[in-house]
Design a protein around this ligand. Structure first.
Ligand code: ATP
Ligand code: MG
Length: 256
């Protein structure tokens, strides 16, 4: 298997945008199949990708809990496996799975244990996995249940934003979120590049700077018109800057 990459960061920094662009880039490079995971309980990666979904893993978990009495052991395993397969949105080169809402009250242990198995097995079918996560980090460690290769922390282009990114990174250490690589992406950088104060804060964070992605009117324009990000011009500055970073994260030798 190739790599599992997760986009994290505080709210509104560009996680979903970059996740969708990463999926599109990997598909174009032929590094398929890709699994796109929408791990934000307020699902919206599907908009950025331009697809629809019917079912979420959270919904499946809920119905498994409700039918706990009726379904036993292996039957339940098979039931969940089938339901997760049905929840997969199949696209050219990639599939999307939407995690949906976290569990409510009641006992979900059995459903969760089985689901963990099902999702682990599912993950093995893919070359790469791209996870768009909810703001904050707790979610990533708790819900995706996967071993990460690249933890990308996205920040806006402010000193406070970078400090938050550094805090998220420290939190990743605390929860034992091991990742082969960890790096910072500063997004929505104004013309002229990140201001000196932001640069030095980024340096102080100790996080390698993967990319400084320009503020790009193409992103906002597509979003405004509800057009999937794959439709962004190839030479759009944000896309070019991000794809440069992706080339470093996914070197050619990983192709085989
Ligand atoms: N490089 C960019 N240039 C211009 N606008 C951008 C850029 N990156 C993201 N945006 C815009 O910023 C907003 C937030 O982006 P996005 O939804 O990807 O963030 P997010 O981190 O996923 O947010 P949330 O925490 O709510 O899930 C969107 O309106 C998006 O169009
Ligand atoms: Mg998002």
């Amino acid at each position: 298997m190739g790599s599992v990459i997760a986009m994290t960061g505080k709210g509104g920094v560009g996680k979903t945008t970059l996740s969708a662009l990463a999926v599109d880039w990997l598909v174009r490079r032929g590094e398929t199949p890709i699994l796109a995971v929408d791990a934000d309980s307020n699902a919206n990666l599907h908009w950025a990708l331009g697809v629809r979904y019917q079912e979420t893993v959270g919904g499946i978990r809920e119905s498994a809990r409700r039918q706990a009495q009726a379904l036993k052991g292996i039957a339940k395993q098979e039931f969940l496996e089938l339901r997760v397969q049905e929840a997969l949105v199949e696209q050219q080169g990639y599939d999307l799975i939407v995690m949906g809402r976290p569990e409510g009250q009641g006992c979900y242990c059995f459903a969760n244990n089985v689901l963990r198995d099902v999702l682990d097995r599912l993950a093995r079918n893919y070359r790469h996995i791209v996870i768009d996560s909810e703001a904050g980090l707790e979610h990533v460690s708790r819900r995706t249940l996967l071993c990460l290769d690249h933890l990308v922390i996205v920040s806006d282009c402010t000193v406070r934003g970078i400090r938050t990114a550094a805090r998220l990174s420290a939190l990743a250490d605390e929860v034992g979120l091991g990742a082969r690589s960890r790096g910072l992406i500063v997004n929505r950088v104004p013309e002229g590049g990140p201001p000196p104060a932001v640069r030095s804060e980024a340096q102080a964070s100790g996080l390698p700077l993967l990319a400084a992605i320009p503020l790009d009117e193409h992103v906002a324009a597509l979003d405004g018109d509800g057009i999937p990000l794959a439709g962004m011009p190839r030479n759009a500055p944000a896309r070019v800057a991000f794809e440069e970073a992706l080339t470093k994260l996914f070197p050619e030798q990983e192709r085989n």
